[in-house]
Design a protein around this ligand. Structure first.
Ligand code: GSH
Length: 198
């Protein structure tokens, strides 16, 4: 199998973290800048986005949620998503974290537009407020606090370190002090260290 990824992409990091957590072998990780529009990627993902996992028979899996569900089901007995007993509240919690990842990446895109003189104060503020509201909610409701590793924790940790990497000015720890303590422990996992963007 071949994984098209970038080490700066938080979605890719969720996938790479799960590959390591589940000790999956046989995946060739190919560093890819999606903005280069490389043919290898465009041929299998018309969206031109990463992560994209190409299976051994050539068929592609995207987006990150589909890849994560595939890996968990094939190699993790479905434990990360907890598919044995359906948990709609947990699914919704996952949606919240995915939505925050989308806001964080959209905020980065707004930053990049600055070079073109096109950054929108309205959208910048909206993405920032969604991030701070969402993290405060997760912090206050204790949604991250499960003793077993969950897919929500994987994506949350990738989100929080992405905020440190790209959006330090947000100072998310001020609205989510319990998450800050949780991350200081979680960030020591070998899979976190191995996938940290340089
Ligand atoms: N919903 C997608 C997922 O969960 O995989 C989002 C993936 C995504 O937006 N990836 C970014 C990308 O490939 C990198 S962080 N951007 C290129 C583009 O938007 O054209």
């Amino acid at each position: 199998m071949k994984l098209f990824y970038s080490d700066a992409s938080p979605y890719s990091r969720c996938v790479r973290l799960v590959i390591r957590h589940l000790s999956i072998t046989g995946i060739d990780e190919v560093m890819t800048n999606p903005l280069d529009n490389g043919e290898d990627l465009l041929e299998i993902n018309p969206l031109g986005k990463i992560p994209c996992l190409q299976l051994n028979d050539g068929s592609p899996l995207f987006d990150s949620e589909v890849i994560l569900r595939y890996l968990d089901s094939e190699f993790g007995e479905g434990l990360l998503f907890g598919i044995r007993e359906h948990n709609w509240i947990g699914e919704s919690h996952f949606s919240l974290i995915k939505g925050l990842l989308d806001s964080a990446v959209a905020l980065r895109q707004e930053q990049m537009r600055e070079e073109e003189g096109k950054r929108s104060p309205f959208w910048t503020g909206r993405f920032e407020q969604a991030l701070l509201r969402g993290l405060r909610h997760i912090d206050q409701t204790g949604l991250a606090m499960s003793p077993e590793l969950t897919i929500q924790q994987v994506c949350l940790a990738c989100l929080l370190e992405y905020l440190d990497f790209r959006h330090g000015e947000l100072e998310w720890r001020k609205v989510a002090p319990a998450l800050a303590i949780w991350l200081s422990d979680f960030e020591r996992l070998p899979a976190m260290k191995a996938t940290r963007p340089k």
